[in-house]
Write a new protein. Sequence first.
Length: 238
Amino acid sequence: MGWSTKQLADLAGTTLRTVRHYHDVGLLKEPDRRANGYKSYGVPHLVRVLRIRRLADLGLSLPQIGTLEEDTEHPGEALHELDAELAAAIERMQRTRAELSVILHQKAPVELPPELAAAFDGVRVSEADRSLNVVLAHLLAPEVLSRYAESVREHAEDPVLLEFDELPPDADEPTRRDLAARLRDLPVTKELKETFPAPAGVCADAPRGEKFTQRALVEVITELYSDAQLDVLRRMTV
């Protein structure tokens, strides 16, 4: 008794090319040949092909399968590793679905993480503020970003903040001084100062380093806001 390569492939529910590939990568031993030179496969070859396919269906790569002994009935270590990889993948997908839910239901900017998008849910945000928050989400440490989002969530619609967004570039000195004073007295300003005390502030523990992050944020803010708005921000720190 003996099967040809095509017969073996048919029995295993796979293709001729797949069987030949198993040979090429060393997963399937070459069978004996008949007198006419054709390969003659037996039950052990069929069982081996079925085992390879089963392990591949479970998620093991062919190189991983190649590291297992053929007579290993229960490759526990490899399967435990695979299970851990799948658990991590499922967790990543669940986080991604949660973020997609926020984006779809709140029509939030895709650039923002869900906790920051939720802080501005339903709030009209200027293009400059939106761009700044996108950069913050990229530069800040995750735990710092979460605390920042929590601080601004309750105060995102304050009319004084809207006044800052709409400040004319040619606003006179008394207007800028008065706005700076009122912004400095806002609950959100005081809360942010308490949550992120100087000198590190929101740049503490930034993945790219505190100095790099501070420099980048200064450059971003300088480009996003008008001279009048920048003057107000400087006055707030006095």
